[in-house]
Design a protein around this ligand. Structure first.
Ligand SMILES: [Zn+2]
Length: 451
């Protein structure tokens, strides 16, 4: 760093009133005009008579932009989030305000959107982590002249964690994007018809019966050309038997307390999962039973991956703390099937490719050049379209600010989409995260279906 820059930074640190983290974030902005920033921040301070708290954060995607969060005692009910470029031009101003009667919720009001978020305190690694879940979203989509093209509404469905999502055209026409229904006799139906930014369309229909039987049809296409498809039926015949059909290929699944046996259409053994070494040896009898029941939901192709790559399955009472140890072939999870499928996505991607540190593993999907290229293209479109509020829904999948988070983002994207290709998210946590990823990364998803 040149002397001049250091002097500028010292002056900035002494006079801006920003904390060390914020200063280092602003200093990282490409070609930042520190004097200009100091002047602009001074002006804002003056407008609040000095009684203001700032927090700054560099944009994860645009190297020449940052956000300044601004809170003052005079107006302590709202936080302003201002996005500036490196010349201190104000790009946008969002507002965060409380939601009346809902102390855990807050609302972000932006130029063309409103999002309601809810905070959850989640125990993690002996500590408590605060997680924000998006409850609802209204978004106006305009053309380049500002004319309203459509409004999209994302609202909670009657199933925790899942949303209904619809488009309303200016003439009042309504088109569902995600439709979640639960009938009186307990049948859950999730229908999706999602269009990505480049016009790629994902259609899926999922049905789940109270006895655990389920079916999914998934179809991804662009300009009428089918890119990928999946058709799965997993039908429970009795507590000890299921029929699992993958793209027309039929299997029988036999369950006992010691093993799961998969037979092909000719009655030959396809694979056997030894539940003693996988489950019983690592859990109390009560927890072992929960995990064995969860495994009954897995379709034939999932069981094939489990039999090859999963060595230890451990019950973890803390849902959000689920993890996969890819070198040992171990998953620790609660009995939430979608979270289990996500962790199995990591195992499928990384087992056998890594000695001890999963983070350094070369995933068979997540480091494939074609996967990286397709994902990067969709990521660019996504980042251009969405401001920080929507990016945050999927921040787990799109952080390429350093090598470590970048490897993690590739791996997490692969794991999450491998999971949702098996069966849609019916987990009770962070639904919007998967809904956004599925809608806006369909070509990446397609690659994983066809891989
Ligand atoms: Zn993960």
């Amino acid at each position: 760093m040149k002397n001049l820059e250091i002097n500028g930074l010292v002056k900035f640190a002494k006079t801006s009133g920003l904390n060390g983290y914020s200063i280092s974030e602003i200093a990282k902005v490409k070609d930042i005009d520190l004097n200009g920033a100091l002047k602009a921040i001074g002006k804002i301070k003056k407008s609040h008579n000095g009684d203001v708290v700032f927090f700054a954060e560099k944009d994860l995607y645009d190297p020449d932009k940052f956000r300044l969060m601004e809170w003052s005692k005079v107006n302590d009910k709202e936080v302003l989030i201002k996005t500036f470029d490196n010349k201190m031009n104000l790009i946008s101003t969002d507002k965060v305000v409380p939601v009346a009667g809902k102390p855990a919720q807050s609302k972000i009001i932006g130029k063309d959107f409103e999002v309601v978020l809810e905070g959850h305190a989640v125990p993690k690694d002996g500590d408590v982590e605060r997680m924000l879940e998006s409850i609802s979203e209204t978004r106006q989509i305009r053309d380049k002249d500002g004319r309203l093209l459509r409004t999209e509404y994302l609202t909670p469905s009657e199933i925790d964690g899942l949303h209904n999502w619809k488009v309303v055209m200016p003439d009042g026409t309504v088109k569902p994007i995600i439709d979640v229904k639960k009938s009186k006799n307990g049948i859950l139906t999730v229908t999706k018809d999602m269009e990505a930014l480049d016009g790629t369309v994902t259609k899926s229909k999922y049905r789940k019966l109270p006895d655990g039987s389920w079916a999914m049809r998934l179809n991804i296409s662009k300009d009428g050309k089918i890119l990928s498809g999946r058709n799965v039926k997993h039908k429970m015949i009795s507590a000890n038997e299921a029929e699992s059909t993958i793209n027309g290929k039929k299997y029988r699944v036999l369950y006992s307390s010691d093993e799961i046996k998969l037979l092909n259409a000719k009655g030959e053994t396809d694979c056997v999962i030894d539940l003693k070494s996988l489950v019983d040896d690592n859990n109390t009898p009560e927890n072992a039973l929960k995990l064995k029941n969860m495994l009954k939901e897995c379709s034939a192709d999932e069981l094939q991956v489990i039999s090859k790559k999963l060595k230890t399955l451990e019950y973890n009472p803390n849902k959000i703390d689920a993890f996969a140890n890819c070198s040992a072939g171990k998953v620790s999870t609660g009995d939430d099937i979608f979270i289990f499928r996500h962790e199995m996505g990591h195992i499928d991607d990384l087992f056998g490719t890594v000695e001890n540190d999963c983070a350094m593993g070369r995933g068979i999907y997540s480091t494939a050049q074609e996967f990286v290229d397709i994902y990067s293209q969709e990521l660019n479109m996504f980042m251009k379209e969405f401001p920080q509020t929507q990016r945050q829904y999927v921040d787990y999948f799109i952080n390429h600010s350093n090598l470590e988070t970048s490897i993690q983002s590739f791996q997490e994207t692969a794991a999450e989409l491998l999971a949702s290709n098996k069966s849609p998210d019916i987990s009770r946590l962070l639904g919007t995260r998967t809904e956004y990823l599925e809608r806006y990364f369909p070509q990446t998803r397609s690659y994983l279906i066809n891989a």
